[in-house]
Write a protein that binds this ligand. Structure first.
Ligand code: ATP
Length: 305
């Protein structure tokens, strides 16, 4: 029996006029996956999310939610199953949070307030001011609560933690972990690889409108290590358990950079065994460094993220 993906993005391209915003994007998300979409400003994250929500029409390619094609004219049929929040809440802002949630409760035909009550307790938003007068963080709390309050099968979040203070960001990550563990399918965009890597089982990287990487959390975790840059008087090989970033002959000797993924003791032993050593540096190669490597324009796309 084949399991129907919750979301299928199949060869999707989007032009705004003559501007190519995203190009030939493919991916699928299965039930229960928590997937992050990471990219720099203007990479195309919001465009992809707006296409999935049916707010925009694709220029080419198809999107299916729960097996049904998404088109702007039928997207509303899918929306009861989908929770959505964006970092830039601009609808219903003349209502207070309390009025907005009462409206959504009727729209979703929710029988009880249990989930809403739990979320409000967790995020403690200001419920009695018009949404348009709220601080950015409080608006964001309202948007997040509205995305989860109906217990949807799929939640799509566009830069969901923007505007939240560090304490609320932590609450947000706990919510994603809790919902993910319950089997809710979640797709969220972010600028922050660290945030996404903490809660997502898979991360998609988008650059200049193209999907350049689709990696599991295990692959992301294996990107941790030490970045070593070594100069030697003779050419040498990198140690086992390392990924070579580059090597070249220079006026000073032979330079080589690699990510070492084994224990620091083994790295120390390897360094001590090099008799042609002229110089070396060691830095932490964390996720953010991996992200920078991927996004630095002058490097190839085949990076060890
Ligand atoms: P950010 O992280 O800054 O929110 P993003 O990754 O969400 O960026 P998009 O908003 O999807 O990026 O924009 C992708 C590209 O499409 C950008 O170059 C943007 O200027 C362009 N774009 C977005 N909306 C439109 C529009 N309505 N008309 C023309 N170009 C647009």
């Amino acid at each position: 029996m084949t399991i129907q993906p919750v979301l299928e993005v199949d060869a999707v391209t989007k032009y705004y006029g003559s501007f190519l915003a995203i190009q030939d994007i493919h991916f699928m998300i299965s039930k229960g996956e928590v997937v992050g979409l990471v990219g720099l400003n203007g990479a195309g994250k919001t465009t992809i999310i707006n296409l999935i929500m049916g707010f925009l029409r694709t220029s080419a390619g198809k999107i299916r939610l729960f097996g049904e094609p998404v088109l702007p004219e039928n997207a509303h049929k899918m929306h009861p199953k989908v929770g959505f929040a964006t970092g830039d809440m601009s609808l219903f802002t003349n209502l207070t949070g309390r009025q907005y949630f009462a409206f959504l409760k009727r729209a979703y035909k929710l029988k009880d307030d249990k989930k809403l009550g739990e979320l409000c307790k967790q995020f403690n938003p200001d419920m009695d001011k018009k949404i348009k007068t709220l601080s950015r963080g409080n608006k964001q709390k309202i948007a997040l609560i509205s995305a989860f309050m109906s217990g949807p099968e799929l939640v799509i979040l566009d830069e969901p933690s923007s505007g939240l203070d560090p304490f609320m960001q932590q609450k947000f990550l706990e919510l994603i972990n809790h919902e993910g563990a319950k089997g809710t399918t979640i797709f969220m965009s972010s600028h922050y690889l660290k945030e996404v890597a903490d809660v997502c089982s898979r991360v998609l990287f988008i650059r200049d409108g193209k999907l350049v990487k689709d990696v599991s959390r295990a692959e992301l975790e294996s990107s941790h290590g030490k970045a070593v840059h070594i100069t030697t008087s003779r050419a040498i090989r990198p140690p086992a358990q390392s990924s070579l970033l580059g090597h070249q002959k220079t006026a000073n000797g032979y330079e080589m950079s690699f990510i070492f993924k084994d224990s620091p003791i083994k790295l120390q032993q390897w360094l001590c065994s090099i008799s042609y050593m002229l110089d070396f540096t060691i830095e932490d190669h964390d996720l953010e460094s991996a992200f920078s490597d991927l996004y630095s324009k002058d490097k190839s796309e085949a990076k060890n993220v």
